[in-house]
Design a protein around this ligand. Sequence first.
Ligand SMILES: [Fe+2]
Ligand SMILES: [Fe+2]
Length: 211
Amino acid sequence: MPTPLVAPAAPKLNHPALVRLLQRAYSAEMAASFAYVGHASSLRDPQAKAAVKQIEDDEWGHRRTVFGLMRRYDIPVNRLFEIQYYLIGKLIGASCHVLGWFMPYFFAGKLESGNVCEYFVMMHYFHELGVSEHDTALYEMGMKEKEHEVYFLEQIKHSRLLPLFERVFAWGRRTSRNDVDLDRKLAVANSHRYCQPHAAPPTLHKGETAP
Ligand SMILES: [Fe+2]
Ligand SMILES: [Fe+2]
């Protein structure tokens, strides 16, 4: 059988919100990576440094995975997002050297808490188009973001500053921005239930009780 001379055209993603979300996630993963470069270099403890470095590597991995999805559907990188998130990442990374110990952990945890649902919302959007072949990749990225959130919370959960920051910024021991529980994970096939737009209010973290 003769080899076709022209490669088949990439399928079009007729879903503007999904396209935008992929483009934004691609750039935001870069910002997160730069922020963690700064965060790791501001830490003295070698173990803590290595843990944040690992998280930075995870974010670069996410960026590669999201880029793979964008290429699959011929979605261009958004240059404006790239510039915006480059600056945001560098700024946050630099600020880690002046914000003290607590705040970089706190805001990283809050950010990660929001990132979890980004990947499950992407899954919802793909399902709206009848596409489920990316479920596992999206699930793994969402779960990894949850692990990051839990790691950062662990570092600061005994800080005296946490109750105040939690009241002001709505994230902490009692409040999460997603409904994923790592101890009771849903299977990939059921994970579309996470992060539903009208789901119950954010879950309590494991072992916590409502005030
Ligand atoms: Fe990520
Ligand atoms: Fe993350």
